[in-house]
Design a protein around this ligand. Structure first.
Ligand SMILES: Cc1cc2nc3c(=O)[nH]c(=O)nc-3n(C[C@H](O)[C@H](O)[C@H](O)COP(=O)(O)OP(=O)(O)OC[C@H]3O[C@@H](n4cnc5c(N)ncnc54)[C@H](O)[C@@H]3O)c2cc1C
Length: 361
């Protein structure tokens, strides 16, 4: 019988980890509080597959992002093939404008980064008016994250991961070699091994294992504009805000950074402000309607490095959270780390046959 692992949280971190653990041959269950997995921060994000201002990030986060950037093209192809849902991996490239002189050399030290000015900039992004110089990172892609989340759910089910939506964990109890997990609705689960990946809601669960890390929810509001393909060609990062082009012409504009607890409400004035920002960067975007406005809660942690480790005194429990603004880009490498922590812990003991990721003919 294969080792069974319970994952708490069905966002991008929990589902990528569950998929990876299942592919390694473990039996996996995912419990998630929401009615549809992948609809909290992971569905609300912009899907930029890069750190924002990568050189400002910690070495650990940079390593996670770099490894994930290698994994993503194949992951997107695999998900597309096995589920019929394309996550729309789109190598649009990213332009960073309005950098301080002191930061420009750091930006240019990134992979394949080049400085673009004048006519080169106009050629790359014809509609852009907010800057005359920028740093261009041609390898950066974006992913349509709400679609990717649906593909991840479908692929997990196909692989035999058991998914339990509407399953909010309220208490965990360690009895002998098992963890007993109590849900809000009275249901109970037990497992010898657990992954805590509850995003911005992780603090309360971690406290139950004696971990005092504060994971703080940081709200981000975004809008989507229904533009035409080509109106925006690249991801533009300008003074902390960004525009993201989808293949079908939709442009995402984000995002705010607000500490308002677990409140996910949106304010019309913010949508207007984001639309004004889009118009300031690319005036043509002012002609197109805002078709959606939403908010999500990023899991922020002090030190800005996600926690991906075994919990001291509870080594059979792995925590994977605190990815703040980088959870989408860092998810595949995080899942690999979670899997390798279990491989080191368990060796091949009790693992059933590894599961193939592709279609078997
Ligand atoms: C506006 C915005 C823009 C962003 N843009 C980007 C971007 O462009 N690129 C990027 O890399 N990152 C981006 N991010 C950050 C990224 O979305 C997050 O870092 C990432 O989604 C975190 O994933 P997660 O799985 O940890 O959390 P979540 O997706 O929030 O998942 C946590 C899950 O745990 C569940 N849960 C909570 N409590 C319990 C409980 N007690 N029991 C059971 N289940 C529970 C929740 O229902 C939820 O589904 C953005 C975020 C926002 C909000």
């Amino acid at each position: 019988m294969s080792v069974s692992i319970l994952v708490v949280g069905g966002g991008v971190i929990g589902l990528c980890s569950a998929r990876e653990l299942r592919l390694a041959g473990y039996a996996v269950k995912v419990l998630d509080a929401s009615a549809q997995m992948g609809t909290e921060a992971s569905g609300a994000g912009g899907g930029i597959l890069s750190l924002l201002y990568p050189w400002r990030q910690t070495v650990e986060v940079k390593a996670l992002a770099r490894r994930s950037q290698v994994i993503y093209p194949q992951l997107a192809k695999d998900l597309s093939m096995t589920t019929g849902i394309s996550p729309q991996y789109f190598k649009s490239g990213m332009l960073i404008t309005a950098l301080q002189d002191s930061e420009e050399p750091l930006a240019l030290a990134e992979d394949n980064a080049v400085k673009v000015t004048g006519s080169n900039l106009a050629y790359l992004e014809p509609g852009l008016v907010c800057a005359t110089t920028g740093v261009y990172l041609p390898a950066i892609a974006n992913i349509r994250n709400p679609v990717m989340m649906r593909a991840l759910v479908k692929d997990c089910l196909r692989l035999g991961v058991e998914l339990y939506p509407n399953a909010r964990v309220t208490r965990t109890l360690n009895v002998a070699s098992s963890y007993h997990v109590m849900l809000e609705d009275g249901r109970k689960f037990a497992s010898e091994f657990m992954v805590i990946a509850a995003g911005a809601w992780s603090s309360n669960l971690l406290k139950q294992f004696g971990l005092e890390h504060q994971i703080i929810p940081i709200k981000g509001q975004m809008i989507a504009i229904r533009a035409r393909p080509g109106v925006l060609r690249h991801i533009i990062l300008h003074e902390g805000r960004y525009l993201i082009p989808r293949r079908d012409g939709v442009v995402l504009v984000g995002s705010t950074v607000e500490q308002t607890g677990f409140d996910k409400s949106t304010e019309p004035a913010v949508a207007e402000d984001l639309h004004d920002f889009a118009r300031f960067v690319i005036p043509a975007l002012g002609q197109y309607p805002v078709i959606a406005h939403w908010a999500g809660l990023r899991p922020s942690i002090s030190g800005d490095t996600p926690l991906i480790e075994q919990i001291p005194n509870h080594p059979r429990v792995v925590v994977a959270t605190g990815h703040y603004r980088s959870g989408l880009v860092c998810a595949p490498a995080t899942a690999e780390r979670v899997r390798s922590l279990y491989s080191e812990m368990l060796g091949h003991q009790g693992v059933g046959g590894a599961v193939q990721s592709g279609i078997m003919d």
